[in-house]
Each structure stands twice: as C-alpha cells, then as structure tokens.
Write a protein that binds this ligand. Structure first.
Ligand SMILES: [Zn+2]
Ligand SMILES: [Zn+2]
Length: 553
C-alpha cells in the first residue's frame, strides 16, 4: 500500500523577505495561506511591487478551495487582488485583516465578485478534506492568526507572523493553551516565523514603547510628529491615548493613515478617546504644544508627507525649533540611508529626533530567539520548517531548533518552490514546483514580466525614456538642459516634439524643488519620474518605463 501523503509548497517568502504565500495540498484539495507582496529594491527601476507567480495554483485551479490570510500586513495580503483576478476563490480572514484587504480589492475591481468570510480564534474550518483551526497570535497588527491544519496525514502548525508578548495591547494574546494542547496531541510539522531568528533574548513588549514615548510627551513643549506604519494599530492607539492624557490633539496625515484609523475604529480595534482626533483645518486654531502629527513615511519614501515635512515643503505644517520627531517603526533593510537623510533634514530645522538608535521607540512584532524556542517547545513538532525570512534567518532558526535538541534530520531548510511531502512518519523535500516573481507597475494597471529591464514586451509596447539631469552639487542648480533618450516609445514620429515638451516638464518640476531637495539625488529621481510619468500618461496615454539618471557635478 502506498503511504498517504500531503504536500506543502511555499510559493513565496522562504529565502526572501516578503511575498509570503504557501499552498497546502491533500489529494484533490488545495488551501492557500497568505498572498503577500514584496516592495521592490532600488535596482528594479519602474517597478512598484513584486508578487509571487501563481502558476502552481493555476495549473491546479479546480482543486484550490480557498485562501486564508493570517493578518493585514502587505507581505501577507498585498497580492490578494492579483490572485483573485486569475483565480476567483473565497477569502478567509479576521475582521481587521479583511477590513484592510478590502480597499485594495476594490481598487482592483475584484471586491464585488469575491466571497469574504470572517473568522476568529479557535474556529474550525473545513475545505474538502483539509481542516484548519484558527489560532490567535500576538503581532504588531491586531487580529493576527496562525493555523493548525489537519489532514488524515497529521497536523501542521503555521504560526503566521507572531511574538509571545505577555502584556500586549488590548489583550491580543497568542493562544498558548491551544498551541500546547496541539503539541500534546502530536504535531507532525511546525512552520514558524523566522524574521527575528538572529535576535537573542525576548522581543520587548509593546507597553515598553508606550513608556518611552510618554517621556517625550512629558518633555516636549512644542509640536510632536510621530511617524509609523499605517497598519501599526497598537502604536496608533498608544499615540491617541498619550495625546488624550497630555491634552493634545492628533492630526493624522497621509491617505493610508486616515483610512486605516477609520477602518480600525469602525471595527472596534481602535479606541479613539473623545475629542482627540483633529483634522488639518482644526490644526490652525491649535497652538504647537497642542498638536501631535501622525504620519506615514517612516521609511523616508521620497514622496511621503513626512519627507515633505523634513524638507520644509509641507503645505500645512512647518517643522520648528523645539519640535519632537518620533520615528516609531523599524527601518526596513535597504532604507537606512533614506531614513538617516530624513533625520538630517529634521535636525537642520531644529527638531529633536527620536528613533531606535537612542530609545525604544519601536518594538518588533516578531518573536526573538527565546520565544522561537518556546514555540518549538510548546508545539513539540516531529519536524520543523522555518518560514518567513531570507536564507540567513531560516538558517539561524534551524540552529535554534538544534539547540533545543531536535535531531538534524527533522529540521528542514526549504526554499520557495520546494515541494515538501509530508507522511505520517516523515517530511521530505521531493522536487520543485514552478515559482517566480511578477513585477507590477503603479496602480496595478500594467504588469511587467520577470527582469523588467529586459522585458521586451513592455519595451516594445511602451518603450523606455531615459532622463539624464546634471545638478551642481554646490549650488543645487540644474546644469544645462536635461537629456532625454527614448527607445521603443510609440510616439516615434513626433518624437522630437514630445521629448522637447518632456524636457520642459522636467525643468518645471525641478524648479519647484527647494535647493535643499535639489541636493538630494533620491528626491530628484522621484520628482523626475513622477513628473514624466504623469506627462506621458496625459499626453500620449502611454506608460513608458522611466529611468531618471541624476548626476551631481
Ligand atoms: Zn506581519
Ligand atoms: Zn510578515
């Protein structure tokens, strides 16, 4: 008799940061866990986001029963709209997670036709022969879950993103009892979050952050500007509570910040003290010591409101001597220089900047080494597969498993695309599934294939525009006229006229920059890209790939 087996196939997120997605298969039933995106790195010019390829799911489309999303972070829900376009399946998630996901689904025109199912901790769902139990998890966003997935072969636990904070905000506790009970009954394999597997000790509690930010509210006599992710609902709650305690009012700026506050408070995940929220028009009647500005842009994104504040270009607020700027977010690897640039500009305006480097302005939402070991000890899996991380984090996680005494042959270091075959007595990697990355251009309108810069289809349809701008480092002035080179753009016939106009567009856009902005090639790159993108879309209806080259002389 052939031994019964189930397969688990990571379609993204193992060996790379972000883009989390996994297929769980038992015979003719497939359950998908998460559909996340990855934000592209600088070298992928002209690409706005990266999502996994769904080839494996499309090849087995009649078997795919549903997708469960573990929480509302983009690296878990960001690819959902694109998945649903190709494969309309029911979506399961907690209330806040689906609350956040809905916006993106509506933008992409798939909300109407999508079946949404709201779920909560300890609920048990059935997808054909696959059973999934929902496990509450503590994370930096409320309403996060993990899963215990059971088939006749056995039970596997997928932690989602988690930490074991014993004093989380709003009592959002990880379900220790249920995890231990599952461990007692027998867990075939644990799939656990590796994001912080290189960090020793325990991840500090969210209440820690409150204490440190409170000090700033005590000492600052001027405006307080707080930057965090729009999805950091716990952090936003802390700011609202402190503002209320210190008789300040909170003015959220940036679209996603306002939207998320509205969604979370409507669903009851955010408790807004009466009279604390204010909008920009109210702010004119408030003096500086009554204001808290709550903004996105903690990663130094060139076009974000926080960057405009740092450069003194925000139309409603100016940063002044004595203001406090709190950067309450992790700096995502790769963004260090943009963030430190921002800090410099705030300091230049006389603000005092508080970030991770001096105080605990932020705690991670992910478990550190001791917590990861506890998770292994609670669930006592026969096999262990680290997930969510680059190869180094996955590897570090395997060392932790070894440290608690798991034998090597029961620790499996798999990467995206590996097919894990689970049998009652064994878990092995057997073969590969088709995986890859899809590159998406802004607004989800155009999609670019693998290796954008070589993408012949895109280039032949829309072309590429190279804009070369020389800036005098000393004066911040643009030197000479910008050079434009076009290849494969449709308007080849009046090419010259278009390019001349485009050149004027660049000059006009650069003239609007302050000299401070002109000294910063990253800002200029974004300004030129945005201006040309707008110009070509309006003038010709095309979306050529725009590659600004700013060089300082
Ligand atoms: Zn997360
Ligand atoms: Zn994540």
């Amino acid at each position: 008799m052939i031994e019964d087996s189930m397969q688990i196939i990571p379609l993204g997120g193992l060996g790379e940061f972000g883009m989390n997605m996994m297929a769980v298969r038992y015979h003719d039933d497939i359950l998908v866990v998460d559909a996340g995106l990855m934000f592209p790195r600088d070298e992928l010019l002209g690409v706005d986001l990266v999502i996994p390829e769904f080839t494996y799911l499309l090849e087995n489309r009649e078997k795919v029963r549903a997708v469960i999303v573990t929480h509302g972070h983009e690296d878990h829900i960001g690819a959902l709209a694109y998945l649903l376009k190709d494969l309309p399946i029911p979506v399961y998630g907690t209330r806040l997670t689906l609350g956040f996901a809905k916006g993106r689904l509506a933008e992409n025109g798939v909300l109407e036709q999508t079946e949404l199912h709201y779920i909560e901790g300890r609920q048990v769902l059935e997808f054909g022969t696959i059973r999934a139990e929902i496990l509450n998890m503590t994370h930096s966003i409320a309403d996060s879950i993990g899963l215990a997935i059971t088939t006749p072969v056995g039970t596997v636990i997928h932690t989602g993103d988690f930490k074991l904070d014993p004093s989380p905000l709003n009592r959002n506790l990880t379900d220790y009892a249920r995890l231990s009970a599952l461990g007692e009954r027998g867990v075939l394999a644990l799939f656990s979050d590796s994001t912080n597997s290189e960090r020793p000790g325990f991840t500090p509690s969210e209440t820690h952050v409150r204490r440190h930010i409170e000090q700033i509210f005590h000492s600052c006599r001027n405006k307080i500007i707080v930057a965090c992710f729009a999805s950091s609902i716990h952090r936003i709650q802390i700011i609202l509570d402190l503002a209320s305690d210190f008789c300040r009012r909170v003015i959220p700026i940036g679209r996603s910040m306002k939207e998320n506050i509205a969604i979370a408070s409507e669903l009851g995940y955010l408790n807004i003290p009466p009279g604390v929220l204010a909008d920009i028009s109210d702010s004119r009647t408030l003096s500086a010591h009554e204001q808290v500005i709550l903004s996105t842009g903690s990663q130094g994104e060139p076009l974000a409101a926080l960057t405009r504040l740092a450069f003194g270009k925000h139309k409603d607020f100016t940063v002044q001597e004595g203001d406090a700027v709190v950067i309450s977010a992790r700096v995502i690897p790769g963004n260090e220089s943009s963030v430190s640039r921002l800090v410099n500009h705030f300091c230049r305006r006389g603000a005092r900047v508080y970030d991770e480097s001096q105080w605990t302005m932020h705690v991670s939402g992910h478990a550190s080494q001791e917590e990861l070991k506890l998770m292994l000890n609670m669930t006592r899996p026969a096999y262990f597969v680290p997930i969510h991380g680059e190869y180094r984090q996955l590897y570090a996680h395997t060392l932790l498993a070894r440290e608690i005494g798991m034998p090597d042959e029961r620790i499996i270091l798999a990467e995206t695309g590996d097919v894990l075959v689970l049998k009652p007595e064994s878990v092995r990697i057997e073969g590969r599934a088709p995986v890859g990355r899809r590159f998406i251009d802004a607004g989800g309108i155009a999609e670019l294939d693998e290796l954008v810069v070589r993408d012949r289809r895109h280039l032949s349809e829309e072309g590429v525009i190279l804009a070369v701008v020389a800036v005098n480092k000393a004066t911040g002035k643009v030197e000479g006229s910008p050079e434009l080179v076009s290849r494969g753009h449709v308007q080849e016939e009046d090419g010259a006229a278009f390019l001349a106009e485009a050149r004027d567009v660049i000059i006009a856009a650069l003239e609007e920059c302050t000299s401070e902005e002109r000294e910063d090639s990253l800002v200029l790159t974004e300004v030129v890209r945005a201006a040309l993108k707008r110009y070509f879309r309006k003038r010709t209806g095309t979306r050529p790939m725009i590659v600004p080259v700013i060089y300082e002389i």
